[in-house]
Design a protein around this ligand. Structure first.
Ligand code: SF4
Length: 367
């Protein structure tokens, strides 16, 4: 046994991996198992059970999820900032991120250290995602440029990453020339994995009407700005995935009630969805990502007022069944969500000849 894999009590580091994360290690070569253990596990810890909890900027994709439930595998996430200025009322990251958005202390220095560690431990390549808990192109990117720095680092260590996924609601910032140059280089090397581009920009555009956008995504760019950003990214040859995510219930909610009766604007009518999909098709979007909205109470705060109203909509849609509480959020029971929200949406995607992927599947399938 390699000495690095034994702690003072002689207990093997690999034998101490928390069973929730063990599937990521299984079926890898001994060399890769060691590399992953050294990169992700707190290898000087005396704890009997270890999770991928080393403090890092280039992190284990989802530090909470059991691989049996969410098989994210070996992949990284760089949450470029802490919190998010866009303040979407449905944001699942609000359940664990602070209310105020901020840059990370020593971001550049710590990211460089992580990149050097990938080399030192010879960690095999894996996908990297920017970002699952913040928007890399929120307004503060203008001041701090941490996303640009992260993309430059990924480019420098490109052989350590299979694919790069950048997710944003602000494609107009992403399409500025210095970012586009980086995207082009990142997309080109190495050649895409299994037909998947080396880089994709995922743009979240779930609502067509500004009235809805202002209520659900209050701090994010307008619908027209996002559409223009997508057009320009595509014109620059950057692969774009469009996220119509979250999907919310559509009127009529009952025979006599619409969203307006609950004090909410219509989130997405069928006509809105058709227009968004036609726009995606016209602009050569790679595929669509969707999921039904979850109602997530923010950390230490009650549900925002808009989401309290949405909860009443959900309860009405679900009746006589009750909402499901799972993973820190309220959800519609799956068969109801599928029948009333997802299935008609998937039919529209099919009519527009657009591939649609459920968000979890989209992630797991990103090679
Ligand atoms: S842009 Fe994304 S991370 Fe930011 S608040 Fe909205 S959903 Fe959350």
């Amino acid at each position: 046994m390699n000495a690095l894999f034994e702690n003072d009590s002689g207990l093997s580091l690999l034998n101490r991996i928390d069973p929730r994360y063990r599937p990521v290690w299984e079926h890898k070569s001994e060399k890769d198992q060691q590399a992953l253990a050294l990169y992700f596990l707190p290898h000087r810890s005396a704890k009997p059970v270890l999770g991928p909890t080393r403090p890092r900027i280039l992190k284990w994709y989802c530090p909470f999820a059991c691989q049996k439930v969410f098989a994210s595998g070996h992949r990284y996430c760089i949450n470029v900032y802490t919190g998010c200025e866009h303040q979407c009322v449905y944001c699942y990251a609000a359940g664990y991120e602070p209310e105020n958005a901020n840059p990370k202390k020593s971001f550049e220095k710590l990211l460089c250290k992580d990149m050097e560690d990938l080399e030192t431990f010879d960690v095999p390549p894996a996908p990297v995602h920017l970002s699952n808990s913040t928007d890399p192109f929120q307004p503060m990117e203008e001041r701090f440029g941490h996303t640009k720095f992260a993309l430059e680092q990924i480019l420098q260590y490109r052989h350590r990453f299979t694919t790069v996924t950048v997710l944003t609601k602000n494609p107009l910032r992403a399409v500025q020339s210095d970012y586009v140059e980086l995207f082009r280089k990142l997309a080109a090397a190495p050649a895409g994995q299994n037909g998947h581009p080396g880089l994709v920009v995922e743009v979240s555009l779930a609502f067509l009407q500004e009235t809805a956008r202002k209520v659900y995504d209050p701090g994010a760019p307008s619908v027209l700005e996002r559409m223009q950003g997508i057009r320009l990214l595509r014109a620059a040859g950057i692969p774009v995935v469009m996220r119509i995510d979250p999907l919310f219930p559509r009127s009529p909610i009952t025979e006599s009630k619409t969203m307006v009766d609950f004090g909410l604007p219509e989130a997405q009518t069928i006509e809105d969805l058709k227009t968004l999909l036609a726009f995606a098709k016209e602009n050569g979007v790679h595929h669509i990502v969707y999921s039904v909205g979850k109602l997530v109470p923010p950390r230490y705060r009650p549900l925002p007022e808009v989401m309290q109203k949405m909860k009443k909509v959900y309860e009405t849609v679900a009746a006589p069944e009750r909402l499901v509480w799972q993973g820190g959020s309220y959800r519609l029971p799956y068969p109801i969500a599928n029948e009333k929200i997802t299935a008609p949406f998937l039919k529209l995607c099919e009519d527009h000849n657009l591939a649609a992927k459920f968000c979890k599947q989209n992630l797991i399938n990103t090679p």
